[in-house]
Design a protein around this ligand. Structure first.
Ligand SMILES: [Zn+2]
Ligand SMILES: [Zn+2]
Length: 141
């Protein structure tokens, strides 16, 4: 699926576009993502914030210390509660976009799994992907 991508929250109050191509996704199994999603964690497209643009609405922000020890801002729709993206306080130039909010996922696949040590026993982790027990040393991307 070539860029630009479009997406938004469940109720439609928040809409966005992504100008960069997305093919590789990263699944996060940290306990914060589990609570924030109400499921096994989050699946994300790692983006440059400059490639992301809100076209409608303004997300609410919840800030917490992540399992990595970093301060993480989580952005979500204040109307319907859909998680949308997150940004580290120290690196606002990067963001992790929740892939389930994209309108179309053609050609995308999960190529990495992080925080597998805290994965729920019922979460599927494809053994052919890159797997990290915690936070990978490499910068987000
Ligand atoms: Zn919404
Ligand atoms: Zn996480």
């Amino acid at each position: 699926m070539p860029a630009p991508h479009t997406g938004g929250c469940l109720c439609g109050a928040i809409r966005y576009t992504v100008s960069a191509p997305i093919s590789e996704l990263r699944a996060c199994h940290c306990t914060n993502c589990q609570k924030a999603s109400g499921s096994g964690g989050s699946v994300n497209a790692m983006l440059k914030s400059a490639d992301f643009k809100l076209t409608q609405g303004r997300p609410k922000r919840y800030t917490a210390v992540a399992d990595s020890g970093r301060t993480l801002h989580r952005f979500f729709c204040g109307e319907c509660g859909s998680p949308l993206y997150s940004q580290r306080d120290a690196t606002p130039e990067n963001m992790a976009l929740r892939a389930g909010t994209l309108d179309d996922s053609t050609g995308m696949k999960i190529t990495g799994n992080i925080w597998t040590n805290s994965a729920r026993p019922w979460s599927h982790i494809d053994p052919s992907t890159h797997r990290f027990p915690g936070q990978p040393d490499a910068p987000a991307r």
